[in-house]
Ligand binder design. Sequence first.
Ligand code: 3HC
Ligand code: NAI
Length: 701
Amino acid sequence: MNSSVNYERQGEVALITLNNPPVNALGQAQREGLLRALHQAQIDTQAKVLVLLCSGRTFIAGADIKEFGKPPQAPSLPEVVNAYEQSDKPCVAVIHGTALGGGLEMALGCHYRIARRDAKVGLPEVKLGLLPGAGGTQRLPRLAGVAKALEMIVSGQPINALQAREHQIVDELFDGDPRAAGIAFAQRVLDSGLGVRRTGEQAAALKGVDNGALIAAKRADVAKRLPGFFSPPRCVAAVEAATLLPLVEGLQRERALFQECLASEQRAALVHGFFAERQCAHIDDLPKDTPVRVIERVGVIGGGTMGVGIALSFVSAGIAVMLMEVDEPALQRALQRARETCEASVARGSLSPAVMEQRLALLHGGVDYSELATADLVIEAVFESLEVKRQVFERLDQVCKPGAILASNTSSLDLDVIAGFTSRAEDVVGLHFFSPANVMRLLEVVRGRHTGLEVLATVMQLSKRLNKIAVVVGVCDGFVGNRMIFQYGREAEFLLEEGATPEQVDGALRNFGLAMGPNAMRDLSGLDIGWSIRQRQRATLPSNYPLPDVLDTLYAAGMLGQKTGQGFYCYAPGSRRPEPNPELLPLLEAVSREKGIERRALSDDYIVERCVFALINEGAKILQEGIARRSSDIDVIYLNGYGFAAWRGGPMFYADSLGLDNVLARIREFHQRFGAWWEPAPLLEQLAAEGRRFADWKLES
Ligand code: 3HC
Ligand code: NAI
């Protein structure tokens, strides 16, 4: 018997237990094991009813994602599910933890399903660029109806056990031990003579509803909300098949659509994103058993944009925060801002008033640093000035208890210099949150030269409590995300001098898969911020690294973006919707004229190459310098912090999929034409020459 699937019998109940930690994913060995166990139950004359359950923390979390893109190995999952459905002895699936994707499909193939009260079920395949390919699109509508099936399959969001019972996806809920509950339920099936009940033969939920209208509405919704996505329209088509075709033909249609998704580039990109996100947590030189410090009391210094958002992230996770400001009025403003932010969530319906009060009760304020003496972690989020940070860290060094972690949210300053303001550099780490910090999931964990392993392990564990995705990065100006975005933004601005309009640049990049164009983004954050950074750069950059002049021109004209109602775009009072700025083109033309540039028509593809290849070239330098440890870490940063479309897989994955030799060839052309900014990264040259990908490269530590 396959070691990951165990068969045993208790009285008349055959127990088939899957044991494939950590999440009981179904690979080839498990599929084969499930079929063998089913066969054994069929020939076991004393077995009258079957129970399928899992050991460990969860029911089956789906097909083994690692197998996607490799040659298929029999038996397929649909074969296994169909075999269970066809069993002439009743089968009961016992769900605890999560039944996801192929896991829920296995359960739907069984004749009865019971779920532990805290379990969840879902079909998240769409998040991997797929659709449920083992009967989920045909069986779920037959139980839950088309509306619920479409909602679950197109969103990929799991539902809880109670909702699953309300929608007839499970028959009963239980508490406690899955095995005992499964045996008891199976015994009742036997005693009451319920017998076999095949999901594929059910039809009641499909009747008496205008399924065509539901399908048409979802199709329109997908086209509007998810442009560019490959699998969602196919999810809708597969569910439609359940309403039009008999089960066997519906399953064939589902399989064909599944295969199309499986072969798509988007599937490869989304699966890359799934593993990339999990890979971030693995740090080669950080032993798994590194001790972690207890973090229960947190101090946040500075109650501005970031400090308030950071404080809210902690209180949302149930961790008490002491927020420090310069004086009482500034403190009251910060606490008021925290309350208003929560109230806005209540108004939107994403937070209940009671939970808001619970969270705010965990938020305290102060102006006296001695109140931080008992804090386990203090995060500094004061002005971006080394001098101000020096004062803060010197003071923290005096008041904080030994072993307290001292973190900075700096977005560009040298963390090692900041650590040097204290006598405990091993306790200093960067925690670079993204704005709004209570919403954005990305966290760049900046590892300084002296940051201790215990400190690193503690903040990585803490990030999970905060529901953040933490990526470890090294010290440099802008770390990974902002250092790369600078290159991208500069090219976007040069393109305006060469002949493009903001609408064209933003449109091209949005169509490529960025959530927002660079010009609209600048209007949002305020052109004065970009302008002051630009002044510093002008003072320090060598002359062969020229900078564009558009930003300076707009700044001089008082067009600072949304805050002045005019920037790259115009904004009606109170509106954030960008409208064309009629005064902009003459300004752009004047800049071009002054620099002797003849404005020309630029294609959208060219715009994308200039901006995205600038990201990639800098990403390659960052990799080689060891600022990021692997290319997938860079992708995670771009997917979660910069609105890079999940179906593109991130800039480094995109480069790999184009072929690094192709990327390098274009970068060399740009280098010849535009000079030093485009000097190809040596790592890109090396990997392209060796026919390798960024994904193959690893920094030797
Ligand atoms: N296949 C292979 N490995 C998987 C996996 C899967 N389906 N699901 C999780 N894993 C791995 C993770 O990569 C991770 O590995 P690591 O420890 O080496 O990094 C480990 O299992 C634990 O995963 P998480 O860190 O994500 O654990 P959590 O407890 O935080 O979350 C989970 C558990 C909710 C099950 C989450 O892992 C998850 O969402 N998994 C994916 C579920 C999914 O998408 N299922 C559908 C698959 S497609 C399918 O079934 C096709 C079918 O229709 C034909
Ligand atoms: P901000 O200007 O909104 O807030 C700074 C706050 O710190 C002010 O309220 C000020 O009163 C307070 N402050 C100054 N000195 C203090 C002191 N000694 N003690 C206590 N409070 C003090 O600034 P913002 O935008 O919140 O930025 C803070 C830090 O976060 C900076 O280092 C910035 O680079 C970084 N950051 C900013 C991001 C953003 O999008 N705004 C994103 C990521 C990081």
